[in-house]
Write a protein that binds this ligand. Structure first.
Ligand SMILES: C[S@@+](CC[C@H](N)C(=O)[O-])C[C@H]1O[C@@H](n2cnc3c(N)ncnc32)[C@H](O)[C@@H]1O
Length: 249
């Protein structure tokens, strides 16, 4: 029997404990998270476009920072998520009027990354609410060629640990943007699993080289950077990551 997430169906993902995940990974933001947020903002800032962007984040989970990163340049924000519990959590989180300190923290990182000259709101959650659509669906069923920029944080390697399925998931991610559109993603390195609320979720074990091969088929201008690689887990399943930017073919 495979230990892969290929075995986790929609019902299994519906039991994902969103609040436990949020508390474990984002209650106390790590400097690596801040770095990823900053690098994502810098990549979005660099996009050449004469109009506001349609942005999608794939496998958003219980995390608002992907939408914060795109917010300053976005006409629309789509959070595309498979797990029904995460979809419900995201919708409830966006309805809240009191902003969690973690969102205030990440929004400050975003504002600092964009720098002067941007008129950015004080309350990022209210601003995201205005532009966001939360869509439930699988990465394999993503609509094609609809967005200008797509982000994805720690998702495709959590969907499956079968290389061909991982490649297909990344191809679907890449094809969600128009040709030439911007792809920004972070992937766990040296990880085999992570634990949420006592349940183990397997992860595809990746290398920079394997990621390059996966994306070469569907993207150009691939740039990767390793972040925070350490010997021991910082959090469950996390010893470091690779940050990737590319342009969709
Ligand atoms: C490790 S979590 C990452 C969550 C979030 N992006 C973050 O940065 O913390 C993996 C995410 O992938 C989602 N996921 C699992 N299978 C999926 C699928 N087939 N399509 C899209 N997302 C999926 C899970 O529901 C979960 O939110």
């Amino acid at each position: 029997m495979s230990s892969g997430n290929a075995d986790l169906d929609e019902e299994a993902w519906a039991e994902f404990d969103s609040e436990a995940y949020f508390l474990h990974y984002y209650e106390d933001p790590h400097p690596d998270d801040d770095l990823v947020v900053r690098m994502t903002c810098e990549a979005i800032k660099r996009i050449e476009a004469d109009r506001p962007l349609d942005a999608i984040d794939v496998g958003t989970g219980p995390n608002l920072y992907p939408m914060f990163c795109a917010l300053p340049r976005a006409r629309s924000l789509t959070a595309f998520e498979y797990s029904r519990s995460n979809v419900a959590w995201l919708k409830a989180e966006l309805e809240k009027t009191e902003v969690r300190p973690q969102w205030t923290h990440f929004w400050k990182v975003v504002r600092d990354a964009y720098g002067p000259g941007w008129e950015l709101p004080d309350d990022p959650v209210a601003a995201v609410r205005e532009k966001a659509t939360i869509s439930q669906g699988s990465i394999y069923d993503l609509p094609e060629r609809q967005w200008d920029v797509a982000t994805m944080f720690f998702c495709a390697e959590a969907v499956t640990n079968v290389q061909a399925e991982f490649d297909r998931a990344c191809a679907c991610f890449a094809r969600a943007v128009r040709p030439g559109g911007t792809l920004i993603a972070a992937f766990l390195l040296k990880s085999e699993a992570y634990i949420v609320a006592g349940r183990q979720y397997p992860v595809m074990t990746l290398t920079v080289e394997s990621l390059f091969n996966t994306f070469s088929a569907v993207a150009t201008d691939i740039v990767t950077e390793k972040i925070g690689i350490v010997e021991h887990e910082v959090r469950s399943g996390y010893t470091g990551m690779v940050f990737l930017t590319a342009k969709a073919k």
